[in-house]
Design a protein around this ligand. Structure first.
Ligand code: G6P
Length: 614
């Protein structure tokens, strides 16, 4: 993970770096650092500290932070604990050369041994430090400039990286390179930016270039050149960013997560825009149009994803199997990629990823492609790595999601999967025009129904107050509500650190029922008409063991309402769309409990939003 940002141009670099790092903090936040080439002394000044970007900013107070060239890093520890010394940038012993890195150098042990034999001393426990000494060593041995030394060093490196390198010996040069970790270059008027994503860049320029794997970008005296690590010139065209700056601010909400929960009516509207025409009964997805004629040939769909996106994938399985009647398997990307899976003719692999950068998902997709599958992507971040390698795909258009716990990205993913299921189903003749119309009418109404649902926030906060100190929590659901139960439990565990489990309601009696006593809150999601009576029985089983029941039910429900200790009502909708509503109260419940427990909601401990390491 880790976030990187760098600047070279006519402005003072430090404010750009600090602001950029704050935007990138979702990628990691256990330590942070910056390096600048001082205007006053021409020396390379490095300031780094364990803690957040704000701590770094305080730490820089009163120090020489001048400079038009600089880079910054916010870390999510992989090798070496979070500490001042392990924070990036890492610097050569003579203090002239500095590197920041996102990724993992897999052969760092071998390289380190060689460098130690050549007299280099290591001060940190990181894999990154190897890069600094390696580049320094090559420069010394080969007598080459920084660009060439970086290129030659990268030829020796195995692993994943996005790095930025600067040196006080070549103060007008900034170098960036990537392999399997993201990197965007912002091209302004006489200035350039490098970052892990476009958020630190967007307020200065909308012109960006997405660096490809194995490419090295050098900005020298205001000129950008991009070459492959084999030293061939790479041609790139500039793309225009579409991010809206306002979406990067909290806009009056206490946390990004709360803002993002509340923005779901708008994010779903954005996701649906131009894709459904209710009065004509049409759902169309431009990103898939090229493949429409081969929908008939799809024999099996394999969905690969991680975390919340994997839960969206499970909803997708229910949707696609029910509507389009194609068998679906949902795989954890990390398992799929390492178990030599069977890919057959007619297999379609769909990757779901908010960031479009998750290392395991990307690798699983690449493997599926090599084995001959058609690959599609359902991603949120435009221009990220997954959409760039897929054959086709659909963007979720949920806008930037900053809170580490995913909320609006999940509902947008489910919305896209619903549209994919409907489109394929209709084209394959598995649903009638009438059924399509029915679902589309309801789909269009979902944003308003979420608005209505958000009015229960006060009630949910009261429930949160009662259960904020619970050590455990169980989430139960059947059918479409089972993935929602998993997602609700994940939200609670991620941000409040309460242990929570999601379970298919009927499976409860094969294990979790043993945990139920009067101190165990059980969240039952029972908005579905299907299996309703069976869920009522499950609720009774919990009740008989004195568990406390928080029920999420459809308005007008009577049976479960009579048994529940607390009731959260959601508006009625088509069965297939219920996850889009029932997940919202669970997001709010987790949010309020976490706030009441004093947790850092937007940056929960040990987590990162974009997991670009395996
Ligand atoms: C991390 C994030 C989760 C996210 C998962 C997959 O664990 O904290 O919120 O669901 O990665 O990320 P992706 O970007 O692929 O959806």
């Amino acid at each position: 993970m880790c976030g990187i940002v760098a600047y070279i141009g006519h402005r003072q670099a430090k404010p750009i770096l600090i602001k950029g790092l704050q935007r990138l903090e979702y990628r990691g936040y256990d330590s942070a650092g910056i390096a600048l080439i001082s205007e006053e002394t021409a020396a390379l000044n490095v300031y780094k500290i364990a803690g957040k970007v704000n701590d770094l900013n305080d730490f820089c107070e009163g120090k020489d932070v001048t400079g038009h060239v600089g880079m910054g890093h916010t870390r999510w520890a992989t090798h070496g604990e979070p500490s001042d010394v392990n924070a990036h940038p890492h610097t050569s012993a003579d203090g002239t050369l500095s590197v920041i890195h996102n990724g993992i150098i897999e052969n760092h042990e071998v390289l380190k041994k060689e460098l130690i034999n050549r007299g280099y001393e290591f001060v940190s426990q990181t894999d990154t430090e190897v890069l600094v000494h390696l580049i320094h060593d090559i420069q010394k041995k080969e007598n080459v400039n920084l660009e060439e030394a970086v290129r030659l060093a990268l030829c020796e490196v195995i692993g994943a990286y996005a790095i930025v390198v600067m040196s006080s010996k070549e103060p007008n040069v900034l170098i960036g390179a990537r392999k399997s970790s993201p990197m965007v270059i912002g091209v302004g008027e006489g200035e350039h930016f490098i970052a892990s994503d476009a958020t630190p860049i967007v307020e200065y320029t909308r012109n960006v270039i997405y660096l490809e794997d194995n490419e090295v970008a050098t900005i020298r005296d205001g000129e950008l050149t991009i070459k492959t690590i084999d030293n061939e010139v790479a041609n790139h065209y500039i793309q225009e960013l579409e991010i809206n700056l306002e979406t990067l601010e909290k806009g009056g909400f206490e946390h990004f997560m709360l803002k993002e929960i509340y923005s779901q009516p708008e994010s779903i509207t954005d996701c649906l825009r131009g894709r459904i025409r209710v009065k004509d009964g049409i759902v169309q997805l431009g990103g898939l149009s090229r493949f429409e004629n081969s929908f008939e040939n799809i024999k099996r769909i394999i969905i690969v994803a991680c975390g919340t996106s994997w839960h969206a994938g499970l909803v997708g399985e229910y949707l696609i199997e029910e509507l389009a009647r194609i068998p679906v398997e949902v795989e954890y990307a990390s398992e799929f990629r390492y178990r030599n899976p069977i890919i057959l003719d007619g297999d379609l692999v769909i990757a779901i990823s908010q960031s479009g950068e998750t290392a395991d998902t990307l690798a699983a997709l690449q493997m599926a492609k090599e084995k001959g599958a058609i690959i599609w992507g359902v991603c949120n971040v435009v221009g990220s790595s997954i959409p760039r390698i897929t054959d086709a795909g659909v963007y979720t258009h949920a806008g930037p999601e900053i809170g580490v716990a995913s909320t609006k990205a999940f509902t947008a993913q489910v919305t896209v999967l619903t549209m994919i299921a409907l489109r394929i189903a209709f084209k394959r003749g598995k649903i009638s025009q009438e059924r399509l119309n029915e679902v589309l009418v309801e789909l269009e109404n979902i944003p308003d129904k979420i608005r209505e649902l958000l009015k229960s926030d006060g009630l949910i906060k009261e429930i949160a107050e009662i259960y904020k100190d619970a050590p455990n929590c169980l989430y139960l659901g059947r059918g479409y509500q089972f993935p929602v139960a998993l997602e609700g439990a994940l939200k609670l565990k991620e941000i409040s650190y309460i242990h929570a489990e999601g379970y298919p309601a009927a499976e409860m009696k094969h294990g979790p029922i043993a945990l139920i006593d009067e101190s165990m809150p059980v969240v039952v999601i029972a908005s579905n008409k299907l299996h309703y009576e069976k869920v009522v029985s499950n609720v009774q089983e919990v009740k008989a063991r004195k568990g406390k029941i928080i029920a999420v039910v459809t308005k007008g429900d009577t049976s479960i309402s009579a048994l529940a200790d607390h009731l959260i009502e959601i508006p009625e909708t088509d069965e297939v769309l219920t996850p889009l509503l029932s997940v919202v109260p669970l997001q709010l419940l987790a949010y309020h409990i976490a706030v009441m427990r004093g947790c850092n909601v937007d940056q929960p401990r040990n987590l990162a939003k974009s997991v670009t390491v395996e």
